[in-house]
Design a protein around this ligand. Structure first.
Ligand code: SF4
Length: 447
């Protein structure tokens, strides 16, 4: 079934992905290491936290990459970075009032599996020395199947890793060539086998649509092959082509990119395939088995969203460690410099590497909660949230979305119709006090 004209109209609008509110482009230099240190000291001693560790190195650049990373063939930079990361863990721990309890640890990148077993174990040992990592904590690692082996899987398992997120993206060899990521399906199969043999049973896959040379058929072939591996979660993201921000994306030829309508049809086809295979849609772009925690939390309105996308993490704060990583506390967001040299200098001077962020006021918190509920539940009861948060905001204009049948409104309750779940970003943007209501070229299309 083709998308309606109204769906297409909104799907084309450029909107933020809302992994935070306010979104990162609105962070400013007024939030520095001194401000963050105060925010950390202000945390309740019994508050639950989570950790994100960024590893900004890959062996080579994939041309579609939107991450903060750089290519290196040498092991030296990774070793130096690891040493400084160990120091940075201590700097954060010193600023916290107590030995905090941590329920989630996520290693992202870049390519965390570029770390040697010794380096990874050293980081986990340091984390366990200064934080109370709970026995049931989720310890997740983003995995590049091309840099993996049975030995690597055993090392990760021995260090406590219990979830792996595989960058699969596309299994079409012709598309892989156009994005400089040659990754035979067999390497994904071997990686999944090695992880499961090592006892890492929770495996998620990331797939993309909108890549150069992709067609509906190649997207469907990829999603069906991927589903045959029975991942417990699947995310299906649209490729964001922003060559003005990511220079290496200039290696992708514009004429190879599917047009907006083709992109949307690819997204819808992949969505249908995942649902037909029994996966439950979660938010705008995730899918999970019906018994998975993420699907259960989505069904009960308790799911959350952070910089990694949807998460079962309920922690009150997130410490972002490493270059470019973002810390979130109830007081605000704070981002480390993405420049590894600048980050290294800060850590060597025993300073946090914060260069920007934003403090949250009551209105930001309310708008942030509304946007998070819309992105997670596809519905929001603004009166219920306003009663809990001591501030209120006027309902933004929704007339066009109501007339076009995208949302349903009853009093102060808004609900996206099921067939429009992928448009949650468009509805969320109406509550964004920082963004123009008609979107900007700075962001990618909503679908
Ligand atoms: S492996 Fe991942 S992080 Fe590294 S260049 Fe490729 S897409 Fe980017």
């Amino acid at each position: 079934m083709s998308p309606s004209a109204a769906f297409l109209k909104y799907a084309r609008q450029n909107t933020p992905r809302y992994t935070s509110y306010p979104t990162a482009p609105h962070f400013h230099e007024g939030v520095d290491a001194r401000v963050v240190s105060r925010w950390l000291t202000d945390l309740r001693p019994d508050a639950r936290g989570s950790l994100y560790l960024h590893i900004p190195y890959c062996r080579e650049m994939c041309w579609y990459c939107g991450c903060s990373t750089r290519a290196t063939r040498r092991d030296g930079p990774v070793a130096t970075y690891t040493e400084l990361l160990l120091e940075e863990i201590g700097l954060y721990a010193e600023r916290l009032a107590a030995r905090p309890r941590i329920d989630h640890v996520h290693f992202g990148g870049g390519t965390p599996t570029i770390l040697s077993g010794v380096q990874f174990s050293a980081i986990m040992a340091r984390l366990r020395a200064v934080f109370e990592i709970s026995g049931t904590a989720e310890i997740a690692v983003e995995v590049d199947p091309r840099l993996f082996s049975a030995g690597k899987a055993r090392e990760l398992a021995a260090a406590g890793v219990n979830r792996a997120s595989l960058g699969v993206q596309t299994l079409d060899p012709a598309v892989q060539k156009k994005i400089n990521r040659i990754q035979p399906a067999q390497s994904v199969a071997n990686c999944v086998r090695d992880l499961r043999d090592a006892g890492i049973d929770h495996v998620s896959f990331d797939l993309l649509y909108g890549l150069p040379g992709q067609t509906i058929q190649s997207c469907l072939d990829t999603v069906r092959q991927a589903l045959a591996f029975e991942p417990d979660r699947l995310s299906i993201f649209g490729y964001a082509h922003v060559p003005h921000l990511k220079r290496h994306q200039r290696l992708i030829r514009d004429e190879d990119l599917p047009d907006t309508e083709a992109r949307i049809e690819q997204a819808l086809a992949m969505n249908r395939a995942a649902r037909e295979a029994g996966y439950v849609p979660v938010g705008i772009d995730h899918y999970a088995g019906p018994d998975d925690d993420m699907a259960k939390m989505a069904a009960t309105g308790t799911l959350h969203r952070n910089f990694q996308g949807y998460t079962t993490d309920r922690a009150e704060y997130l410490l972002g460690l490493g270059a470019s990583a973002i810390t979130r506390t109830p007081s605000g967001y704070a981002q480390n410099t993405p420049d590894v040299v600048q980050w290294s200098r800060a850590i060597m001077s025993e300073q946090l590497a914060t260069v920007r962020g934003i403090a949250l006021g009551p209105e930001d918190r309310l708008r942030g909660e509304i946007i998070e509920r819309l992105m997670c539940d596809l519905r929001v009861d603004i009166s219920a949230l306003s009663a809990r948060i001591p501030d209120t905001i006027p309902m933004p204009s929704m007339d066009d979305l109501l007339e076009d049948g995208i949302v349903h409104r009853e009093g102060n309750q808004l609900t996206l119709l099921e067939e429009n779940r992928m448009l949650a970003r468009v509805v969320a943007a109406r509550f964004d006090a920082y963004a123009p209501s008609n979107g900007t070229a700075r962001h990618s299309p909503s679908v």
